[in-house]
Write a protein that binds this ligand. Structure first.
Ligand code: AMP
Ligand code: GLY
Length: 445
């Protein structure tokens, strides 16, 4: 099987590695990173998980849109295209591949609206009674500003469109609210801030639910918890995610049932009934209070770094779920049982993100990295590359989030212990990471 993975982050490295490791696929990644570039320089990338074999190679890709993807697909002739980033989905890469007759994992542009527009997602949830924070939407920033100045705080002000994780601002006063509205309405947000959502602040514990879906059927993956903020103890600005672990445990049967029956199933039904049948992965960001889930947001793609937990944890059945979603081959009930059995057998996985100093603000690139091979050779450890590149013989940093280092183990403490042990042998100037991934379950480290 030939698989083409689109994207360049740790999520894409994990998916590419999984397809090669568990499905024996020949994998091309476009544009990829130093970890997915297995072909060049005799595979001396430095021991990335999966980067050293012959069956993984990078191809250049200038943009995540159909005009750039189609020529590559016509040339590489993959059996399956797996799309990582939402940008490619929202621009209609899956629609173009469907027209071309190439199986693709991900929703059409119309279905990707569930992530691409918060106004669309909130209206859908309100219409179908899917639990989410109370909200109003505004097109006129002056009206939004007048409203945000009223009532109780905190509130949450959100941009309608894609904003690379910066589109939700929690405000604690009228002044903060007004400033948030003005920021979202400013040129900085462009089209994404043309409409504004103001919603009630929810409390509880955040977690991510992933349903690999095809129409109304789906395979539910284990719940994963991300750590969005840069600082230990969940302090400082939000990032794309600084670490994650799964499964979140213990999870009551009641919560699992509610997520299935009150959130995922009705959302997929709603999408189909509104003429936007959803295939791909429906990622629900949840706030859970007293076993009651409420939806913070929907995404139409895998999470990063959640995927660096899910692929090592779920193994082959996850890749079968992806193939089923894209092609219809396979039985989702049987895949569900295999996912559950695989997770029960493997235990837990935890991933720690190594970032460049300064991230999520400005940071330097081009820092030489050492210890990658040693880290990747540790048992039950996977080193997934994100912002990395090659510079001559060396691997260097090239992004804000640089690596995600995953450990697997029979319990959460040993899984994260392995990840941190591997983190300690990787060196680069400005290496920044959180030492408290998993703190809600393990306490402070
Ligand atoms: P979003 O982009 O909508 O997922 O929001 C990003 C982050 O903001 C979430 O992961 C939450 O931590 C926080 N957040 C968003 N909406 C709310 C809400 N209604 N109540 C509390 N926190 C929220
Ligand atoms: N880690 C959160 C996300 O991928 O959106």
């Amino acid at each position: 099987m030939k698989v083409l993975v689109l994207g360049s982050g740790g999520r894409e490295h994990a998916l590419a590695w999984g397809f090669r490791e568990f499905a024996g696929a020949e994998v091309t990644v476009a544009p990829g990173n130093a970890g997915t570039d297995g072909g060049a320089v005799g595979g001396t990338v430095g021991g990335a998980s999966g980067g050293t074999g012959a069956n993984m190679a990078n191809r250049p890709l200038s943009a995540l849109e159909p005009g750039s993807v189609l020529p590559l697909v016509r040339d590489a002739k993959p059996d399956l295209v797996v799309i990582g980033p939402e940008a490619a989905l929202v621009t209609g890469v899956v629609d173009a591949l469907m027209d071309e007759g190439v199986p693709a994992f991900g929703p059409t542009a119309r279905a990707a609206e569930i992530e691409g527009s918060k106004v669309f997602a909130k209206h859908l949830m309100r219409t179908y009674g899917i639990p989410t924070a109370a909200y109003e939407t505004y097109e006129d920033p002056a009206e939004a500003e007048a409203e945000v100045r009223k009532g109780l705080y905190p509130k949450v002000v959100k941009a309608d469109g894609l904003a690379a994780g910066k589109g939700a601002i929690i405000v604690r006063s009228a002044e903060e609210g007004a400033a948030a509205v003005r920021e979202i309405a400013s040129d900085k947000f462009g089209q994404a801030g043309r409409r504004i959502v103001i919603e009630a602040f929810l409390t509880g514990e955040e977690m991510s639910a992933f349903a690999v879906a095809r129409g109304q059927e789906f395979v539910l993956l284990p719940f994963v918890q991300d750590h969005k903020q840069i600082g230990e103890g969940d302090t400082g600005p939000n990032t794309g995610g600084m670490g994650a672990y799964g499964p979140v445990a213990p999870i009551s049967d009641e919560l699992r049932t509610r997520v299935r029956e009150d959130v995922l199933a009705p959302t997929l039904r709603a999408m189909e009934e509104s003429g936007r049948p959803f295939s791909g992965v429906l990622f629900a960001g949840l706030m859970v209070d007293d076993d009651r889930p409420q939806v913070l947001e929907f995404n139409c793609r895998f999470g990063d770094p959640e995927t660096q937990v899910l692929v090592p944890l779920c193994g082959e059945p996850l890749l079968d779920a992806i193939r089923w979603s894209a092609t219809g081959d396979g039985d989702p009930r049987q895949i569900q049982q295999r996912v559950d059995a695989e997770v029960a057998a493997r235990g837990f996985a935890g991933t720690v993100v190594l970032a460049s100093q300064g991230y999520p603000g400005a940071y330097d690139k081009g820092k030489r990295m050492d210890g990658l091979r040693r880290a990747a050779e540790m048992p039950q450890v996977h080193v997934f590359h994100a912002g990395t590149a090659r510079s001559g013989e060396h691997t260097v940093t090239s992004g804000g989030r640089v690596l995600a280092v995953t450990g697997v183990g029979e319990d959460l403490r040993s899984a994260l212990g392995r990840a941190y042990e591997a983190v300690s042998v990787v060196e680069f100037e400005g290496k920044t990471f959180r030492r408290d991934i998993g703190h809600r379950r393990l306490g402070e480290r």
